[in-house]
Design a protein around this ligand. Structure first.
Ligand SMILES: Nc1ncnc2c1ncn2[C@@H]1O[C@H](COP(=O)(O)OP(=O)(O)OP(=O)(O)O)[C@@H](O)[C@H]1O
Ligand SMILES: [Mg+2]
Length: 335
């Protein structure tokens, strides 16, 4: 059970402005508000809540990762953001409008590449580009596709069909296709999980540099803590299902401009990593105790900033996660 809402804001109302100590003025591109998804039990006689009372937001240009154990509802949540599934309660607002289905302003990179096997790499991308800009000439479409083929380092493999591409190359076509329609939001469901460590590492770095270049807003599901620390500005921690909740939002305390090497050697890297690991190993399972303590408000999941040392002298012990910059233990869910 979660604490009852003290005040129920209307859909789209800037609840952070009502409740948080310091209103955040940055543009919010996604607002997830009170989301719940239930599925019928196999006998059809009742239903199970996969997750409920999920509140968080994503700002324009922000990279947000979602971490949680298998079965807690991550893919279900992403499908709802994509408009491929509908919530049982609550809603998702994109750029000020509640979504009601899929749209070209949100593109998805699935766990498996989901390419059309009968089309070449460039034609797989062109299919999406033609849907986005049906008025474009063939040359415009092909030039645009080539730009994204080059961006993911697939130059020379344009005419290969998926069967002729390696797993990493197929994932790159999927990423190029998702980027090529210049969506407001890129949604990714464990896009690199099926790849070997070397390929995964190079694709993560490509994604990092593409995002730095394009300022793409991204929401990505991952099981990989290092991937989240490398890529994300903010990491949403989801507790175990059923009845999963957003336990906490972790702000990445590593500098925004980072490479893998910088990340590993930064003093905040291990505090970040240890905090996330501790969540996955133990807190994700015993979160119900935190819920029953009564201080948890699902609209304002705690926002923490794990760092190697105190921000202000005497503020906290080294390695201890610190509350968000505004000093609020319970932060604005629309941060
Ligand atoms: N269409 C459906 N009908 C019934 N139950 C479903 C349906 N889709 C998902 N579920 C259930 O919802 C829960 C969450 O599934 P989901 O695929 O979202 O988990 P996940 O967090 O993405 O897991 P993983 O990390 O293994 O990919 C699971 O218990 C799953 O069985
Ligand atoms: Mg999943």
């Amino acid at each position: 059970m979660t604490a009852p809402l003290a005040k129920t804001p209307k859909r789209g109302e800037p609840i952070g402005d009502l409740m948080s100590p310091a209103p955040d003025t940055r543009k919010k591109i996604i607002q997830v508000e009170g989301l719940e998804r239930r599925f019928a039990t196999p006998d059809g006689k009742s239903n199970t809540q996969v997750f409920g009372d999920v509140w968080f937001s994503i700002h324009e240009g922000e990279f947000v990762c979602l971490i949680g154990h298998s079965g807690c509802g991550k893919t279900t949540l992403l499908n709802i953001l994509a408009g491929l599934d509908a919530p049982t309660a609550g809603g998702v607002i994109v750029d000020g409008k509640e979504i009601s289905g899929p749209s070209l302003d949100r593109s998805v990179v699935f766990q498996s590449h989901a390419l059309m096997p009968w089309l070449s790499a460039i034609k797989n991308i062109a299919f999406a580009v033609e849907s986005r800009w049906p008025q474009w000439s063939r040359k415009q479409v092909l030039d645009h596709c080539q730009k994204y083929i080059d961006l993911v380092h697939l130059t020379g493999s344009e005419s290969k069909k998926p069967v002729q591409l390696s797993g990493g190359m197929k994932q790159r076509v999927g990423i190029a296709r998702a980027f090529s329609i210049e969506p407001k939001i890129l949604l990714m469901d464990e896009p690199f999980s099926a790849l070997d460590a070397l390929t995964r590492g190079s694709l993560q770095e490509e994604l990092l540099s593409i995002c730095a270049e394009t300022h793409q807003t991204c929401f990505m599901i991952t099981h990989d803590i290092d991937e989240a620390i490398l890529l994300a500005d903010k990491i949403v921690l989801m507790t175990n299902g059923p009845e999963a909740r957003v336990c906490e939002i972790v702000e990445n305390t590593l500098p925004r401009e980072r490479t893998r090497q910088d990340a590993y050697t930064h003093p905040n890297y291990y505090p970040m990593r240890n905090h996330l690991m501790e969540f996955l190993v133990s807190r994700s399972k015993r979160f119900s105790q935190e819920l029953s303590s009564g201080s948890y408000d699902p609209r304002y999941p705690p926002v923490v900033r794990p760092t190697a040392g105190p921000r202000d002298a005497g503020a906290s012990k080294a390695g201890e996660p610190q509350p968000a910059q505004d000093g609020a233990k319970y932060g604005d869910p629309l941060r």
